[in-house]
Design a protein around this ligand. Structure first.
Ligand SMILES: *[C@@H]1O[C@H](CO)[C@@H](O)[C@H](O)[C@H]1NC(C)=O
Ligand SMILES: *[C@@H]1O[C@H](CO)[C@@H](O)[C@H](O)[C@H]1NC(C)=O
Ligand SMILES: *[C@@H]1O[C@H](CO)[C@@H](O)[C@H](O)[C@H]1NC(C)=O
Ligand SMILES: *[C@@H]1O[C@H](CO)[C@@H](O)[C@H](O)[C@H]1NC(C)=O
Length: 358
């Protein structure tokens, strides 16, 4: 069966990959590309032809059954990034290129920090889900809790507790060794350290947001016996957690091979927590388009006239002002059930203002 997709013909795909592997260091290919490909494409291309580093290809060849989870992890990571930044000047947009995030992937800003954290977390989440679904021989549910609990309080551990250790191990193995070549080419050991720290912060976020779920058993929901299990939070929760870390991210000194230190002079001695996001370079304001740095600018972005938040026209449009368009909105309304058996509706029209940045 032939599946039509963006990269259906092998030769074309190969050329495409070759072309991008010659791209400048800024826009090197990344495994994250798997998150924007069509279903089935990575499997069809095979580990050797994917935009992966040598080490990642080796790992992929040894564990080809993990390819769907890697793709899934990349997909949920990208989607969560775009949801979290939907209303901000930098909106986590991706390109069709193999670098996915373009310059932002290596710019060393707090946006870079968020990308690495959320992608590493996505990989933990996707692999762990696959473990819990019983899809893998090398991992499964967390059995260490089984048979314990608190009978006196009427509950015990049961069901399938998510066992994030394997997913965490895999996310480290797959990602942390991968960035080495990319940044050493740029002479940036500091960037490598930054990326690894933030990837780990992403994995920590999955661990920190884990929760306990319980189900009651007993006559008519009396809850005489409760079964509980540890479960990963929704990935949205993980995204919220990381977004907060992004807001409070710490600028560190740009120096290689030495311990990471805060940039702020009077805070150098304050240690940096594992869960904190760190960055090297101040972000641009993302207001105006700048092709050199892959900044799209906010012209044409939809804004909210009454909001005081980042989606408000004032902040989002960087004070340039906005255009107002009237959009006609048609919907089904005043639906009535007609005996028997259908629903009859009216068409209602409304006019709404839409604002976009100048
Ligand atoms: C981000 O904003 C640009 C316009 O600046 C828009 O073209 C793009 O679709 C947006 N991306 C997402 C993921 O919302
Ligand atoms: C488990 O494997 C089945 C069949 O291969 C697949 O349909 C399902 O999506 C997998 N689940 C996870 C969580 O990977
Ligand atoms: C870095 O790249 C070289 C070839 O360019 C390769 O031989 C080496 O294995 C790579 N190292 C890592 C850590 O991926
Ligand atoms: C605009 O912002 C206001 C205030 O934050 C909010 O109540 C409203 O729902 C927003 N409108 C849209 C269209 O998002």
């Amino acid at each position: 069966m032939e599946r039509r997709s963006g990269c259906g013909v092998h030769q074309i795909c190969f050329l495409f990959l070759l072309l991008f592997s010659l791209y400048p260091v800024c826009c090197r290919a990344s495994w994250m590309w798997l998150g924007i490909t069509s279903v089935g494409v990575p499997e069809k291309l095979g580990c050797a032809n994917l935009p992966l580093t040598h080490k990642q290809k080796d790992l992929c060849k040894r564990k080809p059954h993990l390819l769907p989870s890697i793709k899934d992890g990349a997909r949920i990571g990208i989607a969560e990034c775009q949801t979290q930044f939907e209303h901000e000047r930098w909106n986590c947009s991706t390109t069709k290129e193999l670098s996915v995030f373009g310059y932002e992937l290596t710019s060393g800003t707090k946006e870079t920090a968020f990308i690495h954290a959320v992608m590493a977390a996505g990989l933990v989440q996707a692999v762990t889900r696959s473990c819990s679904a019983g899809n893998m021989t090398e991992c499964g549910c967390d059995t260490s809790l089984q048979g314990t609990g608190s009978p006196s309080e009427g509950w015990h551990w049961g069901g399938c507790s998510d066992h994030i250790q394997y997913g965490t191990w895999f996310s480290r193995k797959f990602i942390d060794n991968a960035v080495k070549n990319m940044s050493s080419a740029r002479g940036g050991d500091a960037l490598l350290t930054m990326n690894e720290h933030n990837s780990e912060a992403g994995r920590q976020a999955v661990a920190k947001t884990m929760a306990t779920d319980c189900r009651c058993h007993g006559v008519s929901g009396s809850c005489a016996v409760k079964t509980c299990w540890r479960t990963m939070a929704s990935f949205e929760r993980v995204g919220n957690f990381l977004k907060e870390r992004y807001e409070g991210s710490v600028q560190v000194l740009d120096r290689s091979k030495r311990k990471v230190r805060r940039k702020e002079k009077d805070q150098r001695r304050v240690p940096i927590g594992k869960e904190e996001l760190i960055f090297l370079n101040k972000s641009p304001n993302y207001c105006l388009e700048d092709r050199r740095w892959g900044v799209a600018g906010t012209r044409g972005r939809r804004c909210n006239r009454t909001s005081a938040g980042p989606d408000g026209c004032n902040l989002l449009c960087c004070g340039r002002g906005y255009n107002t368009h009237v959009v006609r909105h048609v919907e089904r309304c005043e639906c009535k059930f007609v005996w028997c058996c259908y629903v009859r509706c009216q068409k209602c029209e409304s006019m709404n203002d839409m604002h976009t940045c100048k």
